[in-house]
Design a protein around this ligand. Structure first.
Ligand SMILES: Nc1ncnc2c1ncn2[C@@H]1O[C@H](COP(=O)(O)OP(=O)(O)O)[C@@H](O)[C@H]1O
Ligand SMILES: [Mg+2]
Length: 294
């Protein structure tokens, strides 16, 4: 059994203190295998965003273990977590969060600016990322000149421009109509399949979750159950070579009509059976890498 890319053990999160104290997470156990496409579902207030913020190193658990590639993240300081975010993680939010007076390309280049890339390489990588989301021709347009779907694609380009291992998306289609939502899901599916990027996505909509291979259901601050799903043209158990070769053909998910949307329920052991991918081991940071501020 390989080390999961991401692992949570007994993770709790308590907000506030005293009378206003609230326990948002009550002991979450979850393993995410590299290369998986995970949809996180559950009622409002069940702890989905709290979990995403912890996985994204934007917030810390109150207690419990959080490992990334076998490294204990709960022991890292603020700067090290910032470095980890910049090196390995990409974020997409419901509200796009683009700079409004800034062109699509400049928005996409921003993480590269933080990383200290020179202008020429920012342009090249930025344009390549815009090309991947189908917006190369729109590079000089500001968000106001783009549709909601296009803005979210710019946000996705910004998230992937640093070639992260993991893309974290909290309700990425929450502000989009269903047609635009499906386009975003097809894009995420393509990125997951072709680049091997691990996708973790919160969604309320079963139609969007149908694009994922693994669905994690939250309830009352706990993982209630985990299911593995078929996607069109793919077996539930993926071999590493199959994943690398990108043989999964269809973009559209299997319909849930024949399974009631609950294909192949898994025992809720906190461990799904996602596609296997060789785990990259070793250190998270090079010895001389600097943890600069944000
Ligand atoms: N910063 C915060 N301070 C206090 N309570 C919070 C904070 N963030 C979230 N909560 C509470 O924690 C619970 C879980 O929130 P959240 O993880 O955002 O749920 P979900 O994303 O599943 O809707 C909710 O009851 C919410 O009100
Ligand atoms: Mg939320």
């Amino acid at each position: 059994m390989t080390v999961p890319l991401i692992s949570l053990r007994g993770v709790t999160k308590v907000y506030g203190s005293g009378a206003t104290q609230f326990q948002a997470l009550k002991g979450v156990d979850l393993d995410i295998t590299g290369g998986d496409f995970v949809a996180v579902m559950g009622p409002s207030g069940s702890g989905k965003s709290t979990t995403m913020n912890i996985l994204g190193c934007l917030d810390m658990p109150s207690a419990g273990e959080f490992t990334f590639r076998g490294h204990h993240i709960e022991t890292l300081d603020r700067d090290q977590r910032a470095l980890l975010r910049r090196k390995y993680l990409g974020f997409v939010f419901q509200g796009f969060n683009l700079l409004s007076r800034t062109s699509a390309l400049e928005n996409v280049e921003l993480p590269l600016l933080y990383r200290g890339e020179d202008k020429r390489s920012r342009r090249e990588l930025g344009m390549a990322a815009l090309d991947k989301v189908g917006l190369a021709d729109w590079w000089d347009h500001t968000p106001a000149e783009l549709s909601g779907g296009q803005q979210q694609r710019v946000a996705i380009a910004r998230a992937i421009v640093t070639s992260p291992d993991v893309l974290l998306a909290d309700e990425p289609t929450g502000n989009l109509d269903s047609e635009r939502s499906v386009e975003i899901m097809q894009l995420l599916t393509t990125l997951n399949r072709d680049s091997g990027i691990t996708v973790l996505m919160v969604t309320h909509e079963p139609d969007m979750a149908a694009f994922a291979r693994t669905v994690v259901h939250f309830k009352d601050g706990l993982v209630e159950r985990i299911e593995a799903q078929h996607r069109q043209g793919e077996a539930v158990e993926e071999s590493p070579s199959r994943l690398r070769e990108g043989l999964g053909v269809g973009l559209s998910p299997t319909t849930s009509s024949d399974t009631g949307g609950q294909a192949h329920p898994q025992p809720s052991s906190g461990s799904a059976v996602p596609p296997a991918q060789p785990e990259q081991r070793g250190t998270l940071f090079t010895p001389n890498s600097q943890a600069g501020g944000e």
